[in-house]
Design a protein around this ligand. Structure first.
Ligand code: SF4
Length: 468
């Protein structure tokens, strides 16, 4: 595998500025006002919503769980899939009618879709009832935009992604036990099907000392688990001459002594031997790795701009499995990339058969406007793509089930994080390998890491009882 051109990336990002953002508004500026926030897409967006919630609650807003009770409705959007676009505008269309009875209601769209020029053009042409649109690079300025909101449509989208803002303790985290920590922003990989480098900008790493401070602070507050987040999390440090590598950062986070550390999402190209050794060395770095494959065909991987071959991916996979034997590995796979042949698809199936993943997120390719792949002529019928997805899912589910069966009768450590949605007598939590477990136990154990004996293994979850 070719090594990343660190030198080139570092000089490109020299202009990076990092500073602490302090909100100048008073804590009661919006006292009594209510906000509703709806989040689409990945963990990065979920975490951005935690930041938005924190910013709003710092100036007096209270969160409500229904848009009907809100004074402002915020949609934090995702640009990865076409149907996310339809869902967002469908929801906004329904909210528009609420304005008839509540003329002061504000509708706000933010997140990745706001960074897409064609979406902003569409809003200006057809959705002028929206009050504010802001992008992914200026979330921290949201309170000021609200304070100074003019009549009609206000658009505050910035393309300058050079700055990394440290908003400190302003997050309103969804959980008291597990926390997301953004360690870097953006992506420089430019996979040909992906909109992220255009909506999230180039790679910018946070300072490691700030990340470590955040981990220490969360540990002190009683958090059991942190997940280090980045679109391309293991490219951490590549953009900065002063910064340490991702493997070094992982080691330092492990040395804080926090119970559990996870990270998403890794790119195989940036996955180093040093990382594998550090994960194997520290028991508090969880043996769970999400390693996107996307395709098993070298021809398609080249067209996708993924920077590795099937052979290189398998070498990496086998190195991970031989060094960390208890590791669970999951993946992402796209079927039906433009002109994917039966032979290309069979190559993908052969990797799935070889890796026997613990799970996979599988998708039919959908073109995203503005990406190189969207311009590729595609002659493969949708029915063929649907058939491939169906065949792939059958194999993925088979291995997911077989991997889960290995847990039957074993005792594993589970961090209990909440009430089971389907059965009120149970709590749910996750094993070190990220298996979902439903457990019959006392509610007082929420937030604890407990020994659980697995009594039933299903395709997508486990059942268990707490061992005394
Ligand atoms: S690595 Fe590729 S797929 Fe992942 S965010 Fe970057 S461009 Fe998108």
């Amino acid at each position: 595998m070719n090594l990343p051109d660190m030198k080139e990336a570092k000089s490109r990002n020299k202009e990076k500025v990092e500073f602490i953002y302090t909100n100048p508004l008073k804590s009661d500026a919006f006292s009594g006002k209510k906000y509703f926030i709806k989040t689409y897409g990945c963990q990065m967006n979920v975490h951005d919503s935690e930041e938005i919630s924190g910013l709003l609650e710092n100036i007096g807003f209270e969160r409500v769980e229904s848009e009907l009770d809100a004074d402002i409705i915020i949609l934090n959007t995702c640009a990865i899939r076409e149907n996310a676009h339809d869902k967002v505008f469908g929801f906004l269309g329904r909210c528009k009618h609420l304005k008839k009875d509540k003329p002061d209601l504000k509708l706000i769209l933010c997140g990745c879709m706001a960074q897409e020029k064609h979406v902003v053009d569409e809003i200006m042409a057809k959705h002028k009832y929206i009050d504010l649109v802001f992008g992914t690079h200026n979330i921290h300025e949201f309170p000021n935009y609200l304070m100074n909101l003019g009549d009609g449509l206000n658009i505050e989208v910035k393309s300058n992604e050079g700055n990394v803002y440290e908003t400190g303790e302003t997050f309103k985290r969804d959980s008291k036990y597990t926390a997301w920590i953004n360690i870097m922003y953006g992506c420089d990989k430019f996979c040909t099907y992906c909109i992220v480098p255009y909506t999230r900008g180039k790679e910018r790493s946070r300072k490691s000392k700030d990340i470590l401070k955040e981990v220490e602070c969360l540990k002190e507050k009683g958090y059991k688990e942190v997940t280090l987040l980045g679109q391309n999390v293991n490219a951490y440090g590549c953009d900065s001459e002063e910064e340490i590598s991702f493997a070094e950062l992982l080691e330092k986070v492990a040395q804080t002594g926090i119970d559990r550390i996870r990270f998403v999402t890794s790119h195989p190209w940036n996955f180093t031997d040093e990382m594998i050794n550090i994960i194997a060395k520290y028991p508090n770095i969880m043996p769970y790795i999400h390693l996107p494959l996307q395709s098993g065909s070298d021809r398609i991987l080249r067209l996708m701009g993924r920077r590795y071959t099937k052979e290189e991916y398998l070498q990496l996979f086998n190195k991970i499995k031989s060094t960390i034997p208890n590791a669970a590995v999951t993946t992402d796979i796209i079927v039906g990339f433009p002109n994917e042949t039966d032979e290309d698809f069979e190559e993908t199936l052969s990797v799935v058969e070889e890796c026997k993943y613990d799970g996979a997120f599988t998708f039919i390719y959908s073109p995203r406007e503005g990406t190189p792949a969207a311009k590729m002529d595609d002659k493969i019928a949708l029915s063929v793509k649907e058939d491939r997805l169906h065949r792939l899912n059958e194999i993925v589910n088979k291995y997911s089930n077989l991997n889960n069966q290995k847990y039957l009768g074993k005792t594993v450590k589970v961090l209990l994080v909440g009430n089971s949605e389907k059965d009120d007598s149970k709590l749910y939590g996750y094993t070190e390998t990220m298996k979902l477990v439903n457990v019959i136990c006392d509610k007082s154990l929420i937030g604890e890491i407990v020994d659980v004996k697995i009594t039933e293994a299903k395709s997508f979850s486990l059942d268990g009882i707490v061992e005394k």
